[in-house]
Design a protein around this ligand. Structure first.
Ligand code: NAD
Length: 264
């Protein structure tokens, strides 16, 4: 299926590895030009080289990169100094740490809210009016299955991302919806990335079990009996960014191998 977005410009945040990189890869393969962002210049540059190799054969796709902390005003200014007229924005940053809510002070909460709620809102604010004026726009926020099915040790994520989800539910249904701009959240369950491996390493150290033993138990809890891949995640993101998905807005799209047990 031709997704109809070749030649568009996408900003993909948190894209040096993991789910963000999966999204950038899927978009580049569709001929979308991308600007990828992450903090560490070296890994980011290697990711950009990988994307350039992926885009070989595409008439359109250009790959730019910007090493910046997207959760800061300075980081966002550095990105928008490169270009600001994006047709597609994939918001993403590292998830907050796990822990016991009793140990989280105000600063810890502000950091989580900044990264996982206010940063996507700032990125939406900076781009949607231009998208609306041009008659086409796609925002995909990478959030978490924890928004639907909270995980106790991920309280910072549950809280901050639920705030974003509420905001998106409103703004997606604003007049932007009639101007060709869709805003959706993509909710990963368990995907095989450094983040997942890091969380499992933490749990393994705490419980005295091996990471592999914990991973086996976790896989058994998922109806698909496996973790998702960044490629699968990227493909869903690219579809949400496609011309075909113009009637999907304000939605929370769950990709979790069937782990969420509800009917809806
Ligand atoms: P990851 O750690 O593999 O990759 C995160 C990417 O974001 C990296 O490129 C990193 O450099 C970049 N990044 C982190 N903080 C940044 C910042 N402040 N500014 C710019 N770039 C930044 O993580 P992932 O597994 O790809 O997860 C992506 C998001 O999805 C996270 O918020 C995570 O909490 C969430 N999530 C992941 C899973 C999963 O199973 N992998 C499940 C639920 C939610």
């Amino acid at each position: 299926m031709d997704l109809g977005i070749a030649g568009r410009w996408a900003l993909v945040c948190g894209a040096s590895k993991g789910l963000g990189l999966g999204c950038a890869q899927a978009l580049v393969r569709e001929g979308v030009n991308v600007l990828i962002v992450a903090r560490g210049a070296e890994v980011l540059e290697a990711a950009a080289m990988q994307l350039i190799a992926d885009s070989a054969g595409s008439t359109y796709a250009s790959v730019l990169f910007c090493a910046a902390d997207i959760t800061t005003p300075e980081g966002r200014a550095a990105v928008f100094a490169i270009r600001s007229d994006f047709d597609i924005v994939v918001t993403n940053a590292g998830g907050p740490p796990t822990g016991d809510f009793r140990s989280w002070d105000r600063d810890t909460w502000i950091k989580a809210v900044d990264a996982n709620m206010l940063t996507p809102i700032e990125l939406i604010k900076a781009t949607v009016d231009g998208m609306a004026a041009r008659g086409f726009g796609r925002i995909v926020n990478i959030t978490s299955s924890a928004v639907k099915s909270p995980i106790d040790v991920l309280g910072l994520s549950n809280g901050a991302r639920s705030g974003l989800t509420g905001f998106v539910a409103g703004v997606a249904r604003s007049p932007l919806a009639a101007q060709g701009v869709t805003i959706n959240n993509l909710l990963p369950g368990s995907f095989d990335t450094d983040r997942l491996r890091g969380n499992m390493q933490g749990a393994a150290t705490k419980s005295g079990q091996s990471v592999e033993a914990l991973a086996d138990v976790r896989r058994q809890d998922i109806p698909a009996q496996r973790f998702g891949t960044p490629e699968e995640f990227g493909a869903i993101c690219a579809f949400l960014c496609s011309t075909h998905a113009g009637y999907i807005t304000g939605q929370n799209v769950l990709a979790d191998g069937g782990a969420y047990p509800g009917t809806f």
